[in-house]
Design a protein around this ligand. Structure first.
Ligand code: FAD
Length: 490
């Protein structure tokens, strides 16, 4: 065993061994390595919001840490689990283990940025080196700026600037071996109670996901090999499995955006372009949307809590606990909305088109504040991500950067008919409507009595009546918007 003092690798949202610069550099230093994960339930409780892990994220984390520990063991190391405020735990661990340096990959949540700066300066003072790396985005948020040197507020120029930077660096291979340090005592994962017990609502999550780096690699390979070719045409269809479903793996850093980028490029190259080219561009553009969200969060740290457009501070939101609950439970009486909300509850994930539909419905048809939707998604999504979630909710509500124009209020019936044309998505998640013919599957209230009877549907009994009339709700939303437009003009 080496006589050198050890170094700590602090895993956070980078639960992988490959393309992990913090880990690779720590290993290359030649010192024995102490890998650690800290469950910190203090730092994310901020004045402007409580961003402790939601239920679905906790489930994911448990399994991802199990996998990470196994992979580290395979390389000769292990994983130390500690809990508590990271700004106390990390310096204490440094002292306890007499470590000479700490390595980490950067996080971008405002509370994480503040915490990391504080830890770095405390360790600097103690003569302990901190080495931080960019690993979870292709471009660090401060490296893309407008010509005027400002952060981007609009996606398209951001996207062009990202492309103009050229191809990202090639991903790093995982270390062959990790020189093990004597590991200090850690917590037992099972003692963290990350998994739901009573009730155990995670059955649908277990059936749907394989958390961990190997699961992420399999998902990426399957998507590129089987589905990417359909992506451009069908990415908006919640009834088809044609998006990558990489979002939770990306959120937890089980795969890096650089790895995704280069795998797609390699496939493009090998398949000689054609249909793959435009599909690949459409897909990589979405990966850059993620970077845009991070750019917004980094430069506007209040994004998760405050309207990006301040005129929305006077928006006449409604308090309606009953309607909110009906939305959360998939009981709004609008089949596409209910299918999407039930998909979320069962699997911890929802298709992007469905997210836009349910977010428009909550904030415009029901006039309920986007923060309520953001909070529900935070608790139920396995990919709950502060940057993507807050940027996307504000985008849909109209209060965000580069937001959809306010008058773009989704009609849940025509959205359903267009993006779930045979009603397969509705039939999967709202089985009580299964017997309805396609022509009524998205608007059961229009079905004649005998059609409803044959399908075994009694509206108001087997399936709820509509919470609102969409036409009237749309008018009400536009009137509400007029009030803030007028305020602005006054
Ligand atoms: P793909 O279409 O395969 O895209 C690949 C990757 O690109 C995704 O994994 C994701 O990381 C990124 N991406 C795709 N679409 C977007 C987008 N519109 N904005 C930003 N990044 C994108 N995404 C999250 O990861 N976490 C969230 O908490 C989240 N909340 C959302 C809330 C609302 C109201 C809306 C409208 C969207 C939200 N999104 C969120 C963005 C998007 O819906 C998901 O990233 C996407 O559905 C994930 O599925 P996928 O991996 O199959 O995506």
């Amino acid at each position: 065993m080496s006589s050198q003092k050890p170094v700590i690798v602090w895993f956070r949202q980078d639960l992988r061994l490959s393309d992990n610069p913090a880990l690779s550099q720590a290993v290359e230093s030649g010192a024995p390595v102490i890998p650690v994960y800290v469950l910190d339930e203090e730092t994310p409780r901020t004045e402007s919001g409580d961003w402790r892990l939601g239920g679905a994220q906790r489930w994911w984390l448990h399994h991802s840490l199990e996998r990470l520990e196994e992979s580290l063991r395979d390389k000769g190391a292990g994983l130390v689990l500690r809990s508590g405020p990271a700004d106390e735990v990390i310096p204490a661990l440094v002292q306890e283990t007499q470590s000479q340096a700490v390595f980490w990959n950067r996080c971008y949540e405002p509370f994480a940025v503040t915490r990391d700066r504080a830890i770095k300066s405390a360790l600097d003072e103690a003569g302990v080196a901190v080495h931080s790396f960019g690993a979870n985005l292709i471009h660090e948020p401060w490296t893309l700026q407008t010509k005027a040197g400002e952060p981007f507020k609009v996606f398209t120029p951001f996207y062009k600037a990202a492309l103009a930077k050229g191809e990202p660096a090639e991903p790093l291979s995982p270390p062959k071996r990790i020189a093990a340090a004597t590991l200090p005592q850690g917590d037992r994962l099972s003692d963290w109670d990350l998994l739901p017990q009573k009730p155990d609502w995670a059955g649908g999550l277990r059936d749907t996901w394989t958390p961990g780096e190997t699961g992420a690699r399999g998902r990426l390979a399957g998507f590129i090999g089987n589905t990417l070719g359909h992506y451009k045409k069908d990415r908006n269809r919640p009834d088809l499995p044609h998006s990558s479903r990489l979002s939770p793996h990306l959120h937890w850093g089980e795969v890096s955006p650089r790895q995704i980028w280069h795998s797609v490029r390699r496939h493009q190259h090998e398949s000689g372009g054609g249909k793959i080219d435009s599909a690949a561009e459409a897909f990589l553009r979405e990966v850059i949307w993620r970077e845009f969200s991070y750019n917004l969060l980094f430069h506007w740290p209040e994004l998760p809590a405050r309207n990006w457009k301040p005129e929305f501070d006077d928006f006449p939101w409604r308090d309606d606990a009953k309607a909110l609950r009906a939305w959360q439970r998939g009981q709004t009486g609008f089949p596409i909305v209910d299918a999407a909300m039930r998909e979320l509850y069962a699997t911890g994930w929802m298709h992007n088109r469905s997210r836009m539909i349910v977010a428009s419905f909550l904030t415009k048809d029901l006039l309920i504040h986007w923060r309520e939707g953001e909070a529900w998604f935070w608790d139920t999504l396995v990919d709950a991500d502060l940057a993507n979630n807050s940027a996307s909710w504000q985008w849909t509500a109209g209060s965000g950067a580069d937001a959809a124009p306010y008058f773009r209020i989704f009609n849940p019936v025509s959205q359903g008919e267009r993006f779930d044309p045979e009603g397969a998505y509705v039939r999967q998640w709202v089985p009580e409507l299964r017997g309805l013919p396609d022509g009524y599957i998205h608007k059961p209230w229009d079905a004649p009595a005998d059609v409803l009877e044959r399908a075994g549907v009694r509206l108001g009994k087997d399936y709820p009546e509509r919470l609102v009339d969409h036409k009237q709700a749309r008018r009400r939303a536009l009137d509400a918007y007029e009030t803030i437009k007028k305020d602005k003009a006054a």
